[in-house]
Design a protein around this ligand. Structure first.
Ligand SMILES: Cc1cc2nc3c(=O)[nH]c(=O)nc-3n(C[C@H](O)[C@H](O)[C@H](O)COP(=O)(O)O)c2cc1C
Length: 363
């Protein structure tokens, strides 16, 4: 697996030198992401980002069993279903995992209660700035709060008001996205947030890129796209095949036709559905302009277009009409790999960079 340095280097290192270099590099990596591993209680500071319909017991437990941190996507599940999913995940792993809750879920309070009752250690709050009451309820229940920070001012505020860790997610990511790339968010936020761990997400597909972020001050990395196409993912074979065939440029944000009718940007593979969405917006606009639809009704028409579309793609395999959410890192998915192999590969890529650097400049 390792092509760290030649068996005998110009400086006369023995054949054991590569092993020693790799061992030293592993220790260095452990030091670099120690804030993250300590916070998560894991071997590696690699989170499996929650993905609706994809991040269920099988994927989540596989990630946690491989030394990463799996996160259940609650999505639209109600409290009973979530309780079942947590229990089923715990039956598959004795390692830590988290639960991702969407803040606008109408039963957010009940879902938090379920997490606390099931002693989930980490609750990730997604879909907007988390309400103070939700943050307090999670912390009072003894769990840690992870929140998404889309800008430095909000990162500072979230850290001040109780978030125990932050995720900064660049526009390269799959699913719902903000407007700013991870490269820029990392530079804006990482140097200024030291009190809580900051995990980076969006466009990460290799261990050397993760290493770069750790060296900039990240505590760890969150990946979604690579894990969605893993062997353990329950996504339909056609969904995974679409990932294997796609390149980075196929994963595009949804397009908004008219600023009066906002479309939440979602990154996914361009397909017949994304093309029909443009036509649908055009027709809806015409019906609004002719007076056939009120503004509210037109907005609802546009929003309803994608209802159930992610499930259709992930579970039913409708990759032509469904919503095939994927990040730009989809270009780095070239086969269906088991989770332990993906995680080992990411770690090894980071270790190789560190070992090669030590060989070049001296440990
Ligand atoms: C198919 C898919 C579904 C997703 N669903 C969710 C979700 O329900 N909640 C959430 O917070 N993030 C969601 N995400 C974002 C991931 O958790 C993760 O942050 C993102 O995939 C990281 O970037 P990457 O795709 O470049 O690896 C989703 C991503 C994908 C690809």
């Amino acid at each position: 697996m390792s092509d760290l340095v030649p068996e005998r280097s110009a400086s006369g290192h023995s054949a054991a030198a590569p092993d020693r270099a790799a061992a030293a590099a592993r220790i260095e990596l452990e030091r670099l992401w120690e804030q993250g591993t300590r916070f998560l209680g894991t071997r590696h500071a690699i989170l499996g980002g929650a993905m609706s319909w994809v991040s269920e017991r099988n994927l989540v437990s596989a990630i946690s069993n491989a030394g990463g941190f799996g996160v259940i996507a609650c999505g639209a599940m109600g409290p009973d279903l979530l309780a079942k999913e947590i229990a089923a995940t715990r039956a598959l792993t004795d390692k830590p995992f988290g639960v991702n809750l969407i803040t606008m879920h109408p039963q957010l309070g009940d879902l938090i209660r379920v997490c606390i009752e099931h002693q989930v250690g980490h609750v990730v709050l997604a879909g907007g700035i988390p309400p103070g009451a939700a943050v307090r309820a999670i912390k009072d229940g003894g769990a840690k709060v992870v929140a998404f920070a889309p800008a430095l001012v909000l990162a500072k505020r979230l850290a001040r008001t109780g978030a125990d860790a932050l995720v900064i997610e660049g526009a390269e990511a799959g699913g719902h996205i903000g407007p700013v790339s991870l490269t820029v968010l990392a530079q804006e936020i990482l140097p200024h947030i030291r009190d809580v761990p900051v995990f980076v997400a969006g466009g990460l597909g290799r261990g050397d890129a993760i290493l770069g972020m750790l060296e900039m001050g990240a505590a760890g990395a969150q990946l979604g796209t690579r894990f969605a196409a893993s062997a353990e993912s329950i996504a339909h074979p056609r969904f995974k095949q679409a990932f294997i065939q796609a390149s980075a440029r196929d994963a595009m944000p949804s397009v908004q036709l008219d600023e009066r009718f906002p479309v939440i940007p979602v990154r996914g593979l361009v397909n017949d559905g994304t093309r029909r969405f443009l036509v649908h917006q055009g027709e809806t606009l015409r019906r609004f302009q002719s007076g056939e639809l009120s503004k509210e009704a037109a907005q609802l028409e546009i929003e309803h277009f994608w209802a159930g579309a992610l499930r259709r793609a992930v579970i039913d395999g409708d990759v032509d009409g469904g919503s095939v959410m994927a990040g730009q890192s989809v270009g780095m998915v070239s086969s269906i790999q088991p989770i332990p192999e993906i995680i080992a590969e990411l770690v090894e890529q980071a270790v190789q960079v560190l070992a090669a650097r030590a060989a070049r400049y001296g440990a």
